[in-house]
Design a protein around this ligand. Structure first.
Ligand SMILES: C[S@@+](CC[C@H](N)C(=O)[O-])C[C@H]1O[C@@H](n2cnc3c(N)ncnc32)[C@H](O)[C@@H]1O
Ligand code: SF4
Ligand code: SF4
Length: 355
């Protein structure tokens, strides 16, 4: 229960500020390093050089700055976060302040599980397909086997979710990955590969992608353990295949690089990078002076961490029901029975906090 009080107070405070027209971030994504033990074709991050990484005292300064800015959800990523020896200590500090998540390729999961699981509300394990398809895309034999055995171990310790990225080389795999999630009794979230300039262009062709999105939407409607809402799939179809763009609100997510600097407007475009660490930045002033307007109609990516919170509306009853009422019930159940936590509850609450 230790995290409930500061997060709830922060949400209330943020809601009041937003009523007054202020912008503030709800979710933070923090890359703990760029280094990785795999070399996935579609990924730009392992190709970057790490500067000196932050130690625990500076990681805590990052967290304090994010809490001051109003953040409730802190997600750790990289590179491969489980390569950091101090990841358990960082997560322990984070969990005292935020709802926490971490995304890993799973290679080291079994080995590091006991250090990270107690401090996580949600664990994402990336899987690009079944068996050989995954190994080919990740470039290392046995990476599928290790990710799956990591999930078999983690699911009893922490709500676990497969993070599946659809590329042009695995568009036939999404449904099989959802079936695997059902068999493993874990959740599943789906990303669509974005063509970063500094990685191999792997995003699926529009005609390949459309039936996959339609099928995933149907699976979600029929109760598959997908974290994305039906609205999420509808927004992609409306924007990329229709005339109905969704309005991106990148200010709901703040990104912090491995050196503690803010990246704007989002981690995908990375058009601006601060020169100061986040603890030396007045985030409230920056957030309310930055020109977000050109990005509201961007629609270039469909990353759930941006699209899902951007869709939330207090005035939309269905959205209120799915993301607030159901989420509250899930959350109360989860806190009452912490040993049987629902894999979906963490994400739904992102909507609940997103004003
Ligand atoms: C960058 S990785 C970092 C964490 C960890 N190394 C992993 O693979 O899960 C986080 C997520 O980004 C996804 N990803 C990598 N390249 C991507 C791209 N071009 N577009 C969208 N998602 C991508 C990965 O599949 C993974 O699920
Ligand atoms: S997607 Fe993850 S595992 Fe693959 S290279 Fe990028 S950071 Fe590493
Ligand atoms: S839609 Fe555009 S502005 Fe919004 S998160 Fe994606 S790339 Fe960034």
């Amino acid at each position: 229960m230790a995290v409930v009080k500061p997060v709830l107070l922060r949400s209330l405070n943020r809601a009041l500020r937003n009523l007054g027209g202020e912008k503030s971030p709800v979710i933070a994504g923090h890359k703990l390093l760029y280094r990785c033990n795999l070399e996935c074709k579609m990924c730009p991050f392992w190709r970057r050089e790490d500067e000196e990484l932050l130690g625990l005292p500076d990681e805590i300064r990052v967290m304090e700055a994010l809490a001051r800015a109003g953040v409730s959800f802190l997600g750790f990523e990289g590179g491969e976060p489980l390569l950091r020896r101090d990841v358990g200590a960082i997560l322990k500090e984070a969990h005292a302040r935020f709802h926490t998540s971490l995304v890993t390729n799973g290679w080291l999961l079994e080995q590091r599980l006991s250090e990270v699981a107690p401090h996580l509300d949600l664990l994402f394990v990336s899987l690009d397909g079944i068996g050989e398809t995954h190994d080919r895309l990740r470039g290392i034999p046995r990476s599928y086997e290790r990710a799956v055995s990591g999930m078999r171990a983690s699911r009893a310790e922490v709500p676990t979710v497969i993070s599946h990225t659809v590329t042009r080389d695995n568009v036939d795999q999404a449904e099989r990955v959802v079936e695997l999630a059902e068999r493993l009794d874990v959740g599943v979230t789906v990303q669509i590969a974005y063509d970063y300039r500094t990685a191999d262009a792997m995003s699926p062709k529009p005609e390949q992608l459309r039936p996959v999105i339609e099928r995933l939407r149907d699976l979600r409607k029929s109760g598959a353990p997908l974290l994305e809402s039906v609205d999420y799939f509808d927004a992609i179809l409306g924007s990329w295949y229709g005339e109905k763009p969704w309005r991106c609100k990148p200010w709901l997510t703040i990104n912090v690089d491995p050196s503690g600097r803010i990246v704007l407007p989002c981690y995908v475009l990375q058009e601006y990078q601060g020169s100061l660490p986040v603890w030396d930045v007045d985030v409230r002033t920056l957030w309310n002076s930055f020109n977000w307007a050109p990005y509201e109609s961007c629609n270039k990516c469909a990353l759930a961490c941006y699209l899902e919170p951007s869709l939330f509306r207090w005035t939309d009853f269905a959205s209120l029901r799915d993301r607030v009422l159901d989420a509250s019930v899930n959350y109360l159940r989860r806190t009452a029975r912490s040993s049987s936590r629902s894999p979906a509850s963490g994400l739904i609450q992102i909507g609940a906090a997103a004003e």
